[in-house]
Design a protein around this ligand. Structure first.
Ligand code: SAH
Length: 226
């Protein structure tokens, strides 16, 4: 772990939110094929219970997506781990762009790995809550309230891009903001059948694509709301 997080007693947790329970989730992810120790360590360290409503905190270390309001969800830990592992597979990226901040958990995992994280969210209220969590944990994450389908061109190109909401096809504006040698991970497809795609851009700018896993994500929507 490259980044030291600020962990107050609430962040360390007790009972169903304790370190022992986080460790058990890590073992479960390992059993389900996640092998990257850097990723497993980040999941062991970041208190996922702080990224959901207090009423759901005791379920935070189950390997499931959970509601975060506004019809959105915090992604399933296995999916967060899988996407993060894929992002790191070709070497540590420097600058990363995430589309769909949601609870802020995926961004926190990337920041805990020492990456320079930029994240974009279209729902203002979710973003404001996520920002409080970054501040509480002392994590340095740059964020903006916008329609993430346009990316963040002023801050690009990015070594890695991670899209955490599903679109019918890859978004060209995002592929354009990927640096040569970079990798983009995104769920693509109709709500009933989505695949997690990994796109790589080589040094000449040529792109190639592989499919990682079947997944279920909320849709990538247009426009922004407060
Ligand atoms: N990465 C999040 C997952 C949240 S679910 C987490 O770790 O909790 C997906 C999020 O994408 C939702 O918060 C949704 O509002 C957001 N989203 C959907 N379409 C978007 C768009 N066009 N731009 C930015 N965010 C978007």
């Amino acid at each position: 772990m490259n980044v030291r997080m600020r962990l107050q007693p609430e962040a360390i947790g007790t009972g169903m939110t304790s370190q022992r329970v986080r460790d058990r989730l890590v073992e479960r992810l390992r059993d389900n094929g996640i092998g990257d120790e850097r990723v497993l360590n980040a999941i062991r360290t970041v208190p996922r219970h702080l990224f959901v409503d207090e009423a759901l905190a005791t379920r935070a270390y189950e390997d499931t997506a959970l509601p975060i309001g506004h019809g959105q969800t915090i992604s399933q830990p296995w999916v967060v781990a899988k996407m993060t592992e894929a992002l790191l597979a070709d070497g540590m990226p420097g600058k990363v762009l995430e589309i769909g901040t949601g609870s802020g958990y995926q961004a926190a995992i990337l920041a805990a790995l020492g990456l320079e994280v930029h994240t974009v969210e279209r729902i203002g209220e979710l973003l404001r809550t996520a920002r409080k969590r970054f501040r509480q944990l002392g994590l340095n994450v740059r964020s903006k309230h916008d329609d993430g389908r346009i990316g963040w061109p002023e801050n690009g190109p990015f070594d890695a891009i991670i899209v955490t909401a599903a679109a019918p096809a890859l978004v060209d504006a995002l592929t354009a903001q990927l640096a040569p040698g970079g990798t983009l991970i995104a769920p693509v497809g109709a709500s009933s059948s989505q695949s997690l795609l990994q796109l790589r851009k080589d040094a000449e700018g040529k792109v190639s694509q592989t499919t990682l896993a079947p997944v279920v994500f909320v849709p990538l929507l247009s426009g922004m709301i407060d």
